[in-house]
Design a protein around this ligand. Sequence first.
Ligand code: ADP
Ligand code: MG
Length: 214
Amino acid sequence: MQFTDFSLDKRLLDSLKHLGISTPTDVQAQALPIALSGKDLMASSKTGSGKTLAFLLPAMQRVISTRALSKKDPRVLILLPTRELAQQVYGQLRLLVANTQYKAISVLGGENFNDQAKALSRDPHFIVATPGRIADHLQQRHLYLNGLELLVLDEADRMLDLGFAPQLKAINDAADHKRRQTLMFSATLDHESIGDIATTLLKTPSHVSIGESY
Ligand code: ADP
Ligand code: MG
């Protein structure tokens, strides 16, 4: 199986080619059809197995191939537990959006709050963020999630370890509408509150679990 077997926009396939990536990893091969179909997904697969592209490609494809629900709001919000992890994902996303007219920003803890508010007011299509900081901006009404089409929780187990469950729930409530899709990724599924957060955030999700016996 190759990336060209999935219905991905030519610009995405060109970016992958440019990166020298042609064959999907296991988690990509299993997650892509589900995520591209618009279904909610809960996926676990070990570190280094390629989870980032398993959500960035469907995120890009969704934005490219559908009309925005709202002019103002971000269409995709990707949450990660730490600045470092968010910066890595943002770096990969930037390579993919560079080939398109879409705008991506990162909103991370430890950076200037007012600068972030300004960047949020320019209506980016994609936001990569840490949950604490984005919850602060929500509370200050610097962004609205009424038009959010896709919420991604990457490293969900670590976000829970770091105590972000309340922020995840606040973000979920702010983006609570029928047409939202949610994708949740983690390295393991054995965190005790993974099931709780999945029940709260995901709608009848499909499951992908690579290298674990569930
Ligand atoms: P994870 O999030 O599961 O820890 P990453 O998404 O960070 O893994 O990917 C790990 C590395 O594998 C990255 O350097 C990425 O560029 C590379 N990679 C991802 N998908 C593929 C692929 N299909 N073929 C080759 N390399 C890939
Ligand atoms: Mg990862």
